[in-house]
Design a protein around this ligand. Sequence first.
Ligand SMILES: [Zn+2]
Length: 242
Amino acid sequence: MGLRLMCVVAHPDDECYAFGGALALASDRGIETYVICLTDGQAATHRGDAASGEALGKLRREEFRASCDVLGVTRYELMDYQDGHLEFVHFSQAAERLVERMRRFKPDVVITFGGDGGQNTHADHMMTSMLTTAAFQWSGQLKRYPSAGEAHKVSRLYYVTANFLMPDRQPAMLMPWTVTLDIRSVRERKTEAFRKHVSQAPLMEKTKEIFERYGAEEFYALVATAEPQAARLGTDLFEGLS
Ligand SMILES: [Zn+2]
């Protein structure tokens, strides 16, 4: 079986602006990828032409699909949690649903947000980080959720982080990175995936300068591994895995 990458996000568009480089690079290497998005983004500030939350959710589902296609994502799934309400979900029930998916897909590597919530301390992003972190640990422990499938130990968990602070925002406190990904070969595809989120075009306009300035790289922090080791710097999420 080849290598597998799972990416857990909160909203449609997180997969491209935050993780698009890693996903496209993995796709180019023939690594199977699975993106799980916990909400359909009905609470977004930018609402396109949608007349209702439901209509926006429907629109953003389509945009998410188109974006994942551009990034070469193998499998993608939008779950049914309410946008803006992840901090109120039942923690262990939501984690169980992620555990069940990890045990079924058997990823080698999982990527998600860090405690800073993708630099904007959005509670949905922070909860995605915490739920995924718990699921990563529990997936390999059969005593947790024995009915959620056979235990699967994921080799590595990474949080996405950054080498800059967002201007005009309360600064988040960022995790130091251990992996610098050179994403120049897929940079155009990452932008193209973002463009598929037509309803979020104003957001893209707002962040354009940042992407121009910092868009050649993505940064990740290795936060947990199956084998105890000292932190070290690298340029590949899959280094040493086969
Ligand atoms: Zn988001």
